[in-house]
Design a binder for this molecule. Sequence first.
Ligand code: C2E
Ligand code: MG
Ligand code: MG
Ligand code: MG
Length: 275
Amino acid sequence: NAKEQASSSYQFYSRKMNERFHKRMELENHLRKAIENEELRLLYQPVVDSYTGQIVGLESLLRWHNPHLGHVPPSDFIPVAEETGLILEIGEWVLKEACKQNKIWQVAGLPKMFISVNLSSRQFNDSRLSRTIQQILEETELLPQYLELEITESMTMDVRVALDTLYELKKLGVQIAMDDFGTGYSSLGYLKDYPIDKMKIDQSFIKGLQHNQVNAAIVNTMIAMAHNLGLQVVAEGVETEEELHLLKDYGCGLLQGYYFSPPTDVERIVELITP
Ligand code: C2E
Ligand code: MG
Ligand code: MG
Ligand code: MG
């Protein structure tokens, strides 16, 4: 009967929720020890100059391999790190690792390039952020112009706070990029007021560009607007030659995506950036 059914479906959902809760607890507990157990590492994805074809920068992308959980994608563990506050420690590890690595390549005499690091909302809103970054730059002896910080529209709720933070970061001399551009809200207002250097057009606009007149119009307009505002533009998620050609036609200066290279480990990156 209906009552039994309701009760068994309740039990079903409650069991499901229990499982989910358990999984999440398990992930959280493992994540707490991920740094000290050396389970985290960074991959680097080239950012390419669309005219010369040269690699001019690298985006650092975090990877987590845990012996019990296997490979856990950032889309699964970054939100947990964010909710628990673990992202502050993890984010600091990422910043240090990326700066250290870039300095190593520079000291080795490889062509100088910027390294970009994704910031999470919690990091961006942490009052110690700019001091932490300043310390890391001093420690690693990386010049600030070779570090780029990627922020997103959705982590900048309070415009005043965001402006203060961004100006503090700009004072350090680092570059600021707006990641996943076009997927957030009120993008235009931010672009006008925020001291950013670069716009990264979200990959959802790039996919199949040549078959989608609406996306093509949007991307073309975004690029023109960015240039009028004095910003550099990166197209994310470039996978095909057709996309590449259109983006070049539109004057997009920087490109990133599987067409050029997936996120890649340190050893292989050295081969890619060695002239
Ligand atoms: P994101 O910053 O927008 O990074 C780009 C994502 O797109 C990466 O996924 C990259 O592997 C993927 N990608 C690059 N080229 C292509 C392409 O041509 N086609 C397709 N389909 N995908 C492409 P990934 O590494 O899984 O990272 C996902 C997101 O996780 C990142 O998006 C970023 O928001 C976040 N994330 C990654 N590493 C960190 C980190 O160290 N700190 C923080 N806070 N977030 C991170
Ligand atoms: Mg990014
Ligand atoms: Mg992102
Ligand atoms: Mg992105």
